[in-house]
Design a protein. Structure first.
Lengths: 193, 267
């Protein structure tokens, strides 16, 4: 239990996927313009992450490792993730059309969200058990959510700021992102026993 | 031999996922109007969002379900509009192209200031400070929030007032939604004469704030042969549906706030 808690806090704060590992930067910059879409996107990412962690762990453990096919991990994991995203999309279209509309083009973008693939490859590297891998995926999603929502707040404030012409748009966004990222370095000392 | 196992596993997984997905798409099937797909194919597919919807799919849905005119799409051009209109059974003459017009002529020379604004160059921010710097609480703030959102560079700020470049305007309506003063309106391009004022104050107050304010004297309404002008809330408004572009109102307006917007194009 303590171990799981360590994984949870570690993945959310200490090694936040977006702000410390720099994974999933594309949706981080693409969807963080408004807090409402950021929340929707985060929800979808958590959902996909948890599911994909579970499925990739099973595939890895019962298919790839017994046949010594670890070198196929990347391609098989991508296959799993792409399928899951497609599944989530059809599911949302039917069950929660409002969320489906709000996410729009961003939902298929999760396929190429490297945070999802990254967390799948990381649990292999760290030899996590099934439960650990799922918790790790959930925590990674939470960390992504935290980063996205915090940053969307920053960006909403930036909208009304008097920014020098040369920095308008993406430059100031990237600078702000780096500042938020530096602030997350403070959590590095939170290393758990 | 060692090649066969990985190939079998990967293709097996692919097959499994493929079958799973096609089952899921049957189970979670959403009944959509098949016309939406057809209309979607006729649209350019650029997903630029200039129509104001969430891309070509959004517009196709709106055309079929809500009867939105296909000319909302500025990219496709007349042939596409005609094609979709025919497909949807709309008469082509129902499709009237609209353009945005800024209902204000309160330039720096015409309008008075009540204070000097030195804040953020953004209309929404300025509007929070006692409704902006102009004495007229209804006029254009001239800080260009509409210019920022225009996808076609069709708006310029001239002498403190936003002006639409009619050749470039596609009538997408983004500026209409953006303007905090709500003084940009979509008007059919065929109607020329427009009251370029939005001031709803009484005549004396309006005149004090701006040289070219509508003072609701009703001269235009009296002279109009087709009763197209309605003066209410101390402001004259020309109904583009009724207006026959005779130009009588422009001649009698003592404040010179009515003018022919088509003249700007022709000149």
């Amino acid at each position: 239990m303590k171990e799981l808690l360590a994984i949870l806090i570690g993945a959310v704060l200490v090694e936040n996927f977006v702000l410390s590992k720099f994974l999933g930067i594309c949706p981080f910059l693409g969807v963080s313009k408004k807090t409402s879409t950021a929340v929707g996107m985060s929800g979808a990412v958590i959902f996909v992450l948890v599911l994909s962690q579970a499925v990739t762990w099973l595939v890895n453990h019962y298919l790839l490792v017994p046949y010594e096919l670890e070198y196929l991990q990347t391609i098989v994991f991508i296959l799993v993730i792409a399928t899951l995203v497609q599944l989530v999309e059809t599911f949302l279209k039917k069950m929660i059309p409002a969320l489906y509309k709000a996410l729009g083009v961003y939902l298929p973008l999760i396929t190429t969200n490297c945070a999802v693939l990254g967390s799948a490859l990381l649990f292999v590297e760290r030899n996590y058990s099934f439960i650990q891998a799922v918790v790790f995926g959930f925590a990674a999603g939470l960390g992504f959510t935290l980063a996205l929502i915090l940053f969307s707040g920053v960006r909403e404030r930036l909208e009304t700021c008097d920014i020098p012409e040369a920095f308008k748009g993406m430059p100031i966004t990237l600078i702000a992102a780096s500042l938020v990222s530096i602030s997350f370095m403070g959590f590095a000392s939170l290393i758990l026993p | 031999m060692s090649v066969i196992i990985p190939v079998a596993i990967v293709s097996g997984l692919g097959l499994f996922f493929g079958v799973g997905l096609s089952i899921a798409s049957k189970v979670f099937e959403v009944k959509t109007d098949e016309r939406i797909g057809k209309v979607r194919e006729m649209l350019p597919g650029a997903n630029c969002g200039a129509c104001g919807f969430s891309g070509c799919d959004g517009l196709a849905e709106a055309i079929v379900n809500e009867g939105v005119s296909p000319d909302r799409c500025p990219v496709g051009g007349a042939s596409m509009v005609k094609k979709i209109s025919e497909f949807m059974g709309m008469a082509a003459n129902e499709v009237v192209k609209k353009e945005a017009r800024v209902m204000c002529n309160g330039t720096c020379d015409n309008a008075q200031l009540k204070y000097k604004y030195e804040g953020i160059r953004d209309c929404h921010a300025a509007n929070l400070l006692a409704g902006g710097a102009g004495s007229c609480g209804y006029g254009c703030l001239g800080l260009g929030s509409c210019k920022e959102v225009c996808p076609f560079d069709a708006i310029v700020i001239e002498n403190g007032v936003a002006r639409i470049i009619q050749e470039k305007c596609t009538g997408c309506g983004k500026c209409v939604a953006e303007c905090p003063k709500k003084i940009i309106h979509l008007v059919p391009v065929t109607s020329g004469f427009t009251v370029f004022c939005s001031n709803k104050e009484k005549g004396a107050v309006a005149r004090k704030a701006c040289k070219v304010a509508c003072i609701a004297c009703r001269m235009c309404a009296k002279v109009c042969p087709v009763n197209a002008i309605d003066v209410s809330d101390n402001l004259a408004v020309i109904d583009p549906e009724k207006c026959i572009n005779c130009g009588e109102c422009e001649k009698v307006c003592p404040q010179n706030c009515i003018s022919d917007s088509r003249a700007r194009v022709l000149a």
